[in-house]
Design a protein around this ligand. Structure first.
Ligand code: PHE
Length: 339
């Protein structure tokens, strides 16, 4: 019996596994349920008493030798895998590729920040609208010719359900649910059935603002827009208001800012006028206030609306509006360092 243990001991000490699978086989062969060690332990009963001590010691020695072999093999294989896969856990890690914000988001956030500083909060509404919120409540009853100013996408031939053509619909919803003082800014995506070109798209983004309180005047509107233009385009920026028409405001105006490329001297971006048109605005028509449950005898207000694409084109001097929708990473990556 003792000799048998000695033979196994020699076998174990001369054994050298070539790979982890072989080592596992070795473990099963010796330490597994039906392995050689269990056989030997079972045979222990039959050993005469006077030899039990020596036999026990030999068994322990063998078991230890097997364990050492296993530990040794495990360590050497794990070193090997590290080397062969080139994995070096002590190397400094490489920085992850960072994404960048879309330029339209950057501009929207900046506009929101500027108006937040003078007390405007954000409001949002649905992109699929009904006729009331997009047109009728805004002083555009059925058959009103000004409905043609905004080529509308209707949903499934239903003239009552449409894709909103402006975010003024959000302001209607806000007025219906809140009483003055109201100071809210509504950014969002809008839709118009227009041919796609370098200057127009059928999907674009707007930010509209609404301020309603006691004694809000046109002078307040002008000062608010001058503040915005200076914050957005620089302290030297000037604004110019031209009379215009919107069904939901009276009086109405279109606002130009002095060209930030030639500082008003005249260049091909401003078509040598020194000014660029950025938004429409006016005093909220009393009919609109009434339609939305606000008493026009007590309150007055102003509203304004601008296209985010247009502001982004001016700010980043992008000549083709379609670039904002193509998501070409070479274009988007240029905005990486801006937050
Ligand atoms: N809703 C108008 C548009 O889509 C913009 C606007 C908003 C004009 C508020 C005046 C007042 O063009």
């Amino acid at each position: 019996m003792l000799d048998k243990v000695k033979v196994l001991l020699d076998e174990v000490s001369s054994y050298s596994p070539k790979n982890p699978e072989e080592l596992e086989q070795f473990r099963i062969q010796y330490l597994g349920k039906k392995g050689k060690m269990n056989d030997l332990f079972a045979a222990f009963k039959e050993v005469p008493n006077d030899q039990k001590k020596a036999f026990g010691q030999a068994l322990n020695q063998l078991k230890q030798a097997i364990q050492d072999k296993l530990d040794e093999g495990k360590a050497s294989f794990s070193e090997n895998t590290q080397q062969s896969s080139g994995l070096d856990l002590s190397r400094p890690m490489s920085a992850d590729q960072l994404g960048s914000r879309h330029p339209l988001s950057l501009v929207r956030n900046e506009i929101a920040e500027i108006f937040k500083r003078i007390g405007f909060t954000l409001s949002e509404g649905p992109e699929i609208e009904d006729d009331w919120h997009n047109f009728t409540a805004l002083n555009l009853p059925d058959e009103h010719p000004a409905r043609d100013m905004q080529d509308t996408f209707f949903i499934q031939q239903n003239p009552d359900i449409l894709l909103r053509t402006h975010t003024s619909s959000v302001q209607v919803r806000f007025m219906e649910n809140n009483q003055p003082p109201i100071r809210t800014l509504s950014p969002g995506r809008v839709y118009r059935n227009e041919a796609i070109s370098a200057r127009a798209h059928c999907i674009f983004h707007q930010v509209e603002g609404l301020y309603i309180d006691n004694d809000v005047s046109f002078a307040d509107l002008k000062q608010t827009l001058l503040y915005f233009a200076k914050e957005m385009f620089g302290d030297k920026t000037e604004i110019r208001l031209r009379p215009s028409y919107f069904p939901f405001t009276e009086p109405s105006a279109e606002v130009d800012v002095s060209c930030n490329i030639c500082s008003g001297k005249g260049c091909n971006v401003c078509k040598y006028t020194g000014y660029l048109e950025i938004l429409g605005c006016g005093m909220v028509d009393p009919n609109v206030l009434k339609n939305c449950g606000i008493d026009p005898n007590v309150y007055t207000g102003f509203a304004f609306g601008m296209g985010i694409e247009r502001i982004a084109m001016l700010k980043y001097q992008v000549k083709d509006l379609r670039l904002f929708f193509e998501n070409d990473v070479r274009f988007l990556e240029q905005f990486k360092s801006t937050f």
